[in-house]
Design a protein around this ligand. Structure first.
Ligand code: FIX
Ligand code: ZN
Length: 416
């Protein structure tokens, strides 16, 4: 217990200390434990070929997309390094992120010597490195994104599962919702008697599939990325699957459904995974889902900046909805600060300010370092306003608020 009052003079220091020592639950990532081998990405070459940086590379390069992608990863990394870090100043958020990682690892950022960075990672053991990254970033629980429709990942879950308890699983369902026309055949292959029409029998079998995989993964929640045009109710197989399969099973097994809305697939298909775009979505879909399903819980994030204010308004209306993160193209300091201030002014601490969306384990270091610096700034201003009114604040209260923000609000919402 530390009920000592925090003065305006001490606030900056106390905030820094509390943010530095509060364990983080990263509620949405694409990283894996070491035992998932080739899926568990780490190291400088993976960092430099991150799809955010590949998209930025092509802003400067006239190289044919396919020529780039036909190169070995190491060669791709060298091209990205030369173009974004040597020929141009690495001021973009994703490029700056690489430097933050090198700095926090204690490497010599000024020597710009890619080979020396490679030597550092070559000398490191993957398991040890994961521990080091968690220590530096302050993340103690990592929520993965697990796709049973991905053949490689599927085999890991069927053959070995996950024994690294720091990594939690989530059942990701994009192919089921956005591409049932093809994914139903895979369900048949796996022994589920579904039909292309998603008839009554199929609904029962899809529910069985969901229960099986929620059990196999011990999934914390179910999730899907949905395009800007997503609507609910929607006269489609997607609308039917959500209404007849996902919501009933989520309610039955007490799992939230995460809606990640606004991603446009293959805006520039030649850029491959780097080719996705963003579009303004219709928040009414979320409104209808929350109102019509009061016994279901929804984790919600949208990709378009233009949707953020109306989402805050919706969150004020529906307690079965938890807003989370500054997703993807919103994960940039100017927008993170704007969103965090607006959300705090409208929702207090009742939202999850950030998730990393890390695809390479090292990224936890920069994503959280950069976001925590912004949280520090916003919290300082908000608490200073309180102190200026004569309100008293204790260290315990600040710790409570930050613990809620960085994990407890999420765990309470999902009931775990
Ligand atoms: O749908 C998602 O979970 C997105 O976050 C990813 O697909 C996206 O590629 C990404 O890495 C965003 O940061
Ligand atoms: Zn993601």
């Amino acid at each position: 217990m530390n009920n000592e009052r925090v003065s305006a003079q001490d606030l900056q220091t106390v905030l820094g200390e509390v943010l530095a020592c509060t364990p983080i639950t990263d509620i949405h990532t694409h990283i894996y434990p070491a035992e998932f081998k080739e899926l568990s990405l780490w190291g400088i070459d993976e960092l430099l070929t991150y799809h955010y940086l590949v998209a930025e590379f092509f802003r400067f390069s006239d190289m044919a997309y396919d020529d780039f992608y036909s190169l070995p990863k190491g060669r791709q990394a060298e091209l990205v390094w030369a173009t974004l870090f040597v020929d141009n100043s690495p001021v973009s958020e994703a490029a700056r992120g690489v430097l933050t990682i090198l700095e926090k690892l204690g490497l010599d950022v000024a020597n710009r010597d890619l080979q020396s960075y490679r030597a550092y990672f070559a000398a490191m053991d993957r398991r040890d490195y994961i521990g080091k990254v968690l220590e530096i970033s302050g993340v103690n629980e990592i929520v993965m994104t697990n796709d049973p429709f991905d053949r490689t990942e599927r085999e890991y879950w069927e053959k070995q599962g996950n024994s690294d308890t720091r990594f939690k699983a989530v059942l990701r369902l994009d192919p089921l919702l956005n591409d049932y026309a093809n994914s139903w055949r895979q369900l048949v292959e796996w022994g589920y008697a579904v039909e292309a029409t998603m008839n009554e029998q199929s609904i029962g079998e899809i529910r069985r599939f969901l229960r099986d995989w929620i059990g196999k993964l011990d999934a914390l929640y179910l999730a899907a990325s949905l395009p800007p045009e997503f609507a609910y109710p929607e006269d489609s197989l997607r609308g039917k699957c959500i209404r007849e399969c996902i919501l009933p099973v989520c309610k039955e097994l007490g799992r939230p459904f995460a809606l990640m809305v606004g991603a446009k697939p293959a805006v520039n298909a030649k850029l491959r995974v780097a080719g996705w775009g963003a579009g303004r979505a219709n928040a009414t879909a979320v409104e209808n889902l929350c109102r019509e399903n009061p016994d279901n819980k929804f984790l919600v994030t949208m990709l378009s900046r233009e949707n953020q204010h109306e989402l805050c308004v919706l969150a004020r209306k529906f307690r079965n909805m938890l807003l989370f993160g500054c997703w993807w193209f919103l994960n940039n300091p100017v927008i993170i600060e704007d969103m965090t201030r607006m959300r705090m002014e409208m929702l207090g601490f009742s939202f999850v300010p950030q998730h990393s969306d890390a695809r390479v384990i090292d990224q936890l270091i920069y994503k959280w370092c950069h976001s925590k610096a912004i949280m520090h700034k916003v919290l300082f201003d908000k608490y200073s306003d309180l102190l200026a009114s004569g309100w008293h604040l204790t260290r315990d209260e600040i710790t409570r608020d930050v613990e809620n923000w960085l994990g407890k609000t999420f765990w309470r919402f999902i009931g775990r």
